[in-house]
Design a protein around this ligand. Structure first.
Ligand SMILES: [Zn+2]
Length: 494
């Protein structure tokens, strides 16, 4: 099995990620995060928030509504630009984005194998059409006309069900369509725009001085044509974004600061530093408003691909929303000299650096990165392959598992009382008395629990437990208090 298959299988077997609506056949590209997935996701989000907001003087948080005024998305350009030319192959029925395929010279001759039932697999020859598109799957140039596909999920405000106005025998009137359009709202395709439209409220209420940042973590929705690689690209996902507002002229410096800073954050919590890298966008990849952008990439099983984008967005967004709303989204620095007038007191539109991380992508990357195999010896002395999740202790869903050797003789009671005591210091633990001790070790290795703490009959007498290290399988017998210290210290040390 390849690594991806192993991780996807682990996710389901151990309660990290389930297919959404599975008992109804599943909803493609939608996922539910199970009990351990919730913890891993929460831990990633907390480490991000700690690093981006709580440990800084000049970055504050925001939690905006998912549905916003539709004009937000008109001003931001999403309504007009967030649509892709979608093309269907008339030969193999593949659906693809025309603009994402390498296009050929219109009129050039290509060959492909027919999928039609009469002449299946027969080699055909034909000419490339005006758009220059050929099917990426079979090479056929016979395609449907490109149709616009909107990446925005729409819904409608108002009590009347918009579908109820559709009468199959008469087409809807222009008035009915206009009414419907006036009620159309969108599920946000990114968390970023809220930070721009609340720029003034946040800056004024908190008395913030440039440079400062506004951070937000939450769900976003994109009607993706191509969903791929499990949770890597899905229609509903979670983002962790920060907009950093800085003085014009300083954006290069801040872009370099934030891209290095974000790269080292991943390297700190991952195990393989070399599997993370920074890649500068070349000019053909840059959005029209962006003057520079870095991707933090991870070496996934399918190759290097995006984990986070750190973009220099200029003042594009503040400018677009100032125009769209007529609000004055600018900043006044009473001490700085205005370079245009030479007078003290400078009003300007800040430039923006945006580190935009995908929480669900980080989730996948940390799981892939942690997946480890080694030769080990089972509790019965048999040598076999052992696999474990080498998750950073701060990412691990459980920091320790307390395992009573038997369910009787007061061992369970002792395990629960240790659990109760240790939870007081904020440790997320589980008391697990199910299955043989060997199977429980294997299970906790697989879900990345850094320590397994075994309570045996001797523990009732000498108040010692056996602490087993997930990565090395080494065991030490120590007093209760010392076991607790070992676990808490592992969270502080790295
Ligand atoms: Zn095709």
């Amino acid at each position: 099995m390849d690594l991806m298959t192993k991780v996807v299988s682990l996710c389901k077997r151990r309660g990290f990620v389930f297919q959404s609506s599975e008992i109804y056949g599943g909803l493609k590209s939608f996922y539910d995060y199970g009990p351990l997935g919730v913890d891993l996701k929460k831990n990633i989000a907390k480490l991000w928030w700690d690093d981006m907001v709580d440990n800084r003087e000049n970055v504050v948080g925001l939690d905006s509504s998912i549905i916003m005024h539709p004009r937000v998305w008109q001003s931001s350009g999403h309504v007009s630009n967030f649509s892709d030319p979608l093309v269907d192959c008339l030969n193999c029925k593949a659906r693809f984005r025309g603009d994402k395929q390498p296009s050929l010279a219109p009129g050039s001759t290509v060959t492909w194998r027919s999928k039609a039932s009469g002449d299946n697999n027969v080699l055909k020859t034909g000419q490339v059409g005006d758009h220059g598109y050929v099917c990426p799957e079979c090479g056929c140039p016979h395609l449907s006309q490109p149709r616009d596909f909107s990446g925005l999920f729409k819904t409608f405000l108002g009590a009347v069900d918009p579908l109820s106005c559709i009468n199959p025998s008469t087409p809807p009137s222009q008035a009915a369509i206009d009414h419907l359009l006036s009620q159309t709202v969108y599920l946000r395709p990114e968390t970023a725009q809220a930070m721009f439209i609340q720029f003034l409220n946040v800056q004024k209420s908190m008395g913030l001085k440039v440079p400062f940042g506004i951070a937000q973590h939450g769900k976003s929705f994109r009607n993706e044509i191509v969903v791929e690689h499990f949770i890597f690209r899905s229609c509903e996902f979670e983002q962790m974004e920060m907009e950093f507002f800085c003085e014009p002229g300083t954006e290069k410096e801040w872009l370099s600061y934030w891209s290095e800073n974000r790269l080292s954050w991943y390297q700190k919590y991952g195990n393989h530093r070399d599997n993370f890298r920074l890649r500068a966008h070349d000019s053909s990849e840059l959005a029209h408003y962006s003057d520079a952008c870095y991707d933090i990439e991870y070496q996934y099983p399918w190759g290097w691909d995006e984990l986070e984008g750190v973009a220099s967005r200029g003042d594009y967004d503040l400018h677009a929303h100032s125009q769209g709303s007529k609000a004055k989204l600018s900043y006044f620095d009473p001490k700085k000299t205005d370079p245009a007038t030479g007078k003290v007191g400078w009003r300007y539109m800040p430039k923006v650096i945006e580190p935009a991380a995908g929480l669900t992508r980080a989730f996948l990357c940390f799981l892939l990165d942690a997946y480890s195999e080694s030769r080990g010896v089972t509790s019965t002395g048999e040598e076999k392959n052992r696999f474990f999740l080498n998750l950073h202790p701060l990412l691990a869903p459980y920091k320790a598992a307390i395992l009573p050797l038997s369910k009787d003789d007061g061992l369970m009671t002792l395990a629960h009382s240790l659990g109760k005591e240790w939870r007081k210091s904020g440790l997320k633990l589980t008391v697990d008395g199910y299955q043989s001790i060997g199977k429980r070790y294997a299970k906790h290795d697989e879900i990345g629990t850094p320590y397994a703490v075994t309570v045996d009959h001797q523990s009732l007498v000498d108040h010692h437990v056996t602490v087993r290290n997930r990565n090395t399988t080494h065991q030490v017998r120590v007093p209760f208090k010392q076991a607790q210290l070992m676990i808490t210290e592992s969270l502080e040390r790295r």
